[in-house]
Each structure stands twice: as structure tokens, then as C-alpha cells.
Design a binder for this molecule. Structure first.
Ligand code: SF4
Length: 518
């Protein structure tokens, strides 16, 4: 253990975060006042988040590996959402957040979730958070590997035991088996992207590995290629090796330098790779050929690889649904699909396994007005974090500004609705980047500015972020734009982007011609 531990490390060394579960019933019976500050931190190990601006009320964050939910699990979510504020928020890590829980109702909420096979465990603090996968894994006609089982295995390794419940900081892992970089490889600490190694007539399908991606107040970096190729059966072993190295060697003195990227920076990529090999007890093959695009989120009707079936991607306005609409979504999934729903990284939903002949009647359902399958070029690409008001770090509201900006843009400049493809417009309420604004076509980061002696909400505007083969973080376009001037600046950006070949058909790329699924 390193000298000079930071505050969170001291809390962890006194008592493991997961241990707080043993006291949950006692907190519930004695009330909020019985919980110490240290235990409020530890509760985050169980996805139970105290939020300063909702005094005595907690948020629950659910772990949904790969974003796949069964209808019985959705019913459990609906049941406990009714115990909170009745609002279901979808996160950019394919998870779910529910708010408004008194400590008295938390044990019962966790019990209901766990009986349904869901968990809030290790969704916050120094753990491996929800493991991301392609939301259309197993459905996509062009995917190279169905990652469904791998996502579950890696999630089980990371959060099935206490082995990795005390990392120096959070660890984000993603596994993409498709060609669209759905699982956002560039912004995860550890990312796997499908690749093909061809030697003469021999063909191996596996994954290239990237490491050290991060967004947030302590720096933004795209994950770097490790120049390594692993077979699917080697993925869990490589995850274990990286997690062990991070657990043992990550920086526990300064939380601002705790993420994996800083260990890689300290060691250099060559030493890091050599240490991974040593832990795995094998030499890693160099990276193979990958064919990544930067695909759109999955709105619309798409034929599945299963003949005669399609999946229907719907847009969730601002990434949140009220309970009555969520219940309607469950009904649609049960009546038209096989009672399954998938959560996307852009906070939208997919209903898979719809028999093609039933698609027209599903699309005519009244609830489809609230969750459009053809949401329009702007509305379909909006991502907004929780933002000020509900998030205590938030400097600016996000969802309300996003709604207003899109409505105003569409009203003042109707042609923007007919832009080709989807324009990604992401709002983050502060530098923590939960809205992932650095990977958007237009990214907005909230701040406060003084105008005429008054503090007003404003945004720094970033442009041109993307992932996939040509990944790059967005560049700053304008600084401190007051929220009421945002429409003018965004319109200016849209006009500028429209003429750029690189942005034409944003989100329309599906796959590189000539690459076939195996
Ligand atoms: Fe809160 Fe900031 Fe994250 Fe938005 S980006 S949810 S405001 S911490």
C-alpha cells in the first residue's frame, strides 16, 4: 500500500465498500441520520448514491451488462421506479438510473431487483462499472462476433466477487463485435474491438485491444492501441491481467491521477504490454485488421440475422421515460417481440425479435408518438446527462436546454430536419463529461458565466468528435456561450459542418464494403 493515501483510500482501508451492505437494514430502520459520511461513500459500491441537492433521497444505478433486459426484469424496474420518483433514466453506459428513494425503501428495492436477476452492485466508485457491448449483439447481420456471452463473463469477473472491488479508480470496459464501434472503444479504459487475422487460407476472428481511454475533469484521452490481438476465449484472461495490474500499481495517492491512463503514461505502452503478457503467461499476437466505422445509433427498423425478424430502434427523448410510457414499452416488447429490450449508448431503446409481418401494426401503436422510430436528424442524436438541478456537480441544466435548442432549431430552420443521417449533439452539465460531449459532432459542456453582474448558465461548444476508425476528440469551437445564445452558435456549426465531406452522412456508415460477417 502506498504512503499518503487519499480520503477515499482511507475510507476503503477502514472497511471495504461492499461490506456496507450488511448495515443497510440498520440504516433503513434507524433513518438517514444514522449513516456516516464514510458509509454514504461506501453505499456507492452498491449503486446507492446520495445526492446533495435531493436531501435524504438516493439514486439507484443498475448494472445491465451489454444493455440486455428481459421483460420480467423490466417489470421489476417499473415496480421499484414507482417507489421512487417514477422516472426511468437510461445512461450512456447502457445502464439505468432511478431516483427519489428514501433509505427506508432501499433494502426492499435491492431485494426486488436481485430476485429479478438484476443488480446495482459495483456501479459506482472504484469498481468496474457496467460492461458495455453492442446493443444489437446476436442480431446484427454484419457483426463479426456475438459478444453477448463475453460481456456477461467479463461482468462476472469484475463484479461477481470482492476480488476487484477496491481499484484505485473506476475502470470502464467495452467489447465491440460489430463494425460500428457501438460500444465506444475509444473512451474506455480497456476496450476490445472485433478484428480478423488472415494468414493465407487461415482466418482467425478475435479482438484488438485498446487501453487508457477516459473522459472527464482530469483529462480526455482516446484509448491507445495495445498492438495486441486476442481470441474470444482469451478476453477474460486479458481483463484479469489488466485488472490485477491496475489494482496493484494504479495511483492511490492522487485520485486525479488514478485512472488506468496514468499508469500507462508512467510505465509507457511497451512496459504495460509486457506486464500484461507476463500476467497472462503468454505472448500476445500483434493487432490484426479491423474494419471499424462510426455507426449511427440504431433507430429505425432493421432486419436481423435471424430470417424473418427485425429489431426496432426507438428514440427516447432526452434519455428518460416516465413510468406509464416505460410500461407501454414493456407491453410492446412482450406483444411484438420476445419480451426483450436492449439499451443503447445514446440512451435509446431497441425492441428485438419482431416478426416482419407484425412491424406495421407495431409502428402504428399510439405510444410510438412518444418514442419515435424515425426521430429526425437532430432529435435522434441528442444525448444529455442528468445536469444541474438533479446532479450536484452540474453547472448547467442539460435536458431542458437540449429540448429547447432542438425545438427552436427545427422551428427557425426547418431544413435541418432533412440533414442526411444523424447529427450527434451531446450535452454535459459539467467537465465530468457524462454526456460524452467530446465524441459528438457538436458537444456542449456546461459552465457558469457572469453576464451583467448575474451568473448565468452557459456552454463551451466543441465540434467534430467521433469514434470508430478515424477517432478523434472534438475541438473547441466557442467558449462560454450563454444558454440563450446557444441556438445561433449551433446553427452556425451545422452550416459549417454541412459543407465538410467528413461530416456528410454522419452516422450513416454501416460497414466497409468487402468485409463479410463470419
Ligand atoms: Fe452531473 Fe456533470 Fe455528470 Fe452531467 S456531466 S451527470 S452534471 S457530473
Amino acid at each position: 500500500m502506498q504512503a499518503g493515501l487519499n480520503r477515499i483510500e482511507r475510507i476503503k482501508s477502514e472497511k471495504d465498500g461492499l461490506k456496507v451492505r450488511e448495515e443497510l437494514e440498520s440504516f433503513a430502520s434507524k433513518g438517514f441520520g444514522s449513516i456516516t459520511q464514510a458509509d454514504l461513500e461506501r453505499l456507492k459500491w452498491w449503486g446507492v448514491f446520495w445526492r446533495k441537492n435531493t436531501p435524504e433521497l438516493f439514486m439507484l444505478r443498475l448494472r445491465v451488462p451489454g444493455g440486455v433486459l428481459k421483460s420480467s426484469q423490466m417489470r421489476a424496474v417499473a415496480q421499484i421506479a414507482a417507489m421512487g420518483d417514477g422516472n426511468i433514466q437510461f445512461t450512456t453506459r447502457q445502464g439505468i438510473q432511478l431516483r427519489g428513494f428514501k433509505i427506508t425503501s432501499v433494502p426492499e428495492a435491492l431485494r426486488i431487483l436481485e430476485e429479478a436477476g438484476l443488480s446495482t452492485r459495483q456501479t459506482g466508485m472504484d469498481n468496474v462499472h457496467n460492461v458495455m457491448g453492442c446493443p444489437v449483439a446476436g442480431l446484427d447481420r454484419h457483426e463479426l462476433i456475438d459478444v453477448s456471452s463475453l460481456v456477461k463473463q467479463v461482468s462476472g469477473l469484475a463484479a461477481g466477487t470482492q476480488e476487484f472491488s477496491n481499484l484505485p479508480r473506476k475502470m470502464l470496459i467495452s467489447i465491440s463485435g460489430c463494425l460500428d464501434d457501438c460500444a465506444h472503444s475509444g473512451i474506455n479504459d480497456l476496450a476490445f474491438t472485433a478484428a480478423i487475422r488472415q494468414r493465407g487460407r487461415f482466418r482467425m476472428t478475435g479482438f484488438n485491444v485498446r487501453v487508457g481511454g477516459m473522459l472527464g475533469p482530469h483529462g480526455q484521452r482516446l484509448a491507445e492501441p495495445l498492438d495486441a490481438f486476442v481470441l474470444p476465449e482469451e478476453v477474460v484472461g486479458l481483463c484479469r491481467a489488466v485488472l490485477e495490474l491496475f489494482r496493484e500499481w494504479g495511483n492511490r495517492r492522487e485520485r486525479s491521477r488514478g485512472r488506468l491512463a496514468f499508469l500507462i503514461e508512467e510505465w509507457g505502452l511497451d512496459r504495460f504490454r509486457a506486464e500484461v503478457e507476463r500476467r497472462m503467461g503468454q505472448v500476445l499476437l500483434p493487432a490484426a485488421t479491423e474494419h471499424l466505422c462510426w455507426g449511427a445509433d440504431h433507430a429505425g427498423v432493421h432486419p436481423q440475422r435471424q430470417h424473418g425478424y427485425s429489431y426496432v430502434g426507438v428514440s427516447v427523448p432526452l434519455g428518460a421515460l416516465h413510468l406509464p410510457i416505460f410500461k407501454e414499452v414493456i407491453r410492446l416488447a412482450e406483444e411484438y417481440g420476445r419480451g426483450e429490450i436492449r439499451l443503447t449508448q445514446a440512451q435509446n431503446l431497441i425492441i428485438p425479435h419482431v416478426v416482419n409481418s407484425r412491424i406495421p401494426s407495431m409502428l402504428r401503436e399510439k405510444v410510438m408518438d412518444r418514442i419515435p422510430f424515425m426521430p429526425g436528424s437532430l432529435a435522434g442524436g441528442v444525448v444529455a446527462c442528468t445536469g444541474a438541478g438533479r446532479c450536484d456537480k452540474g453547472l448547467a441544466h442539460t435536458k431542458s436546454h437540449a429540448l429547447r435548442v432542438i425545438k427552436e432549431l427545427e422551428a427557425r430552420y426547418p431544413w435541418v430536419q432533412s440533414l442526411t443521417g444523424q447529427l450527434r449533439i451531446h450535452f454535459s452539465g459539467c467537465p465530468s463529461s457524462c454526456g460524452q460531449h467530446q465524441i459528438a459532432d457538436i458537444g456542449l459542456q456546461g459552465r457558469l458565466v457572469r453576464v451583467g453582474g448575474q451568473l448565468v448558465e452557459a456552454f463551451d461548444v466543441y465540434v467534430g468528435g467521433r469514434l470508430g476508425a478515424d477517432a478523434r476528440l472534438a475541438e473547441k469551437w466557442a467558449e462560454a456561450v450563454p444558454a440563450d445564445k446557444l441556438v445561433d452558435v449551433i446553427y452556425e456549426v451545422i452550416v459549417a459542418l454541412k459543407g465538410q465531406p467528413v461530416y456528410k452522412g454522419v452516422g450513416m456508415g454501416k460497414y466497409v464494403p468487402g468485409v463479410s460477417a463470419v
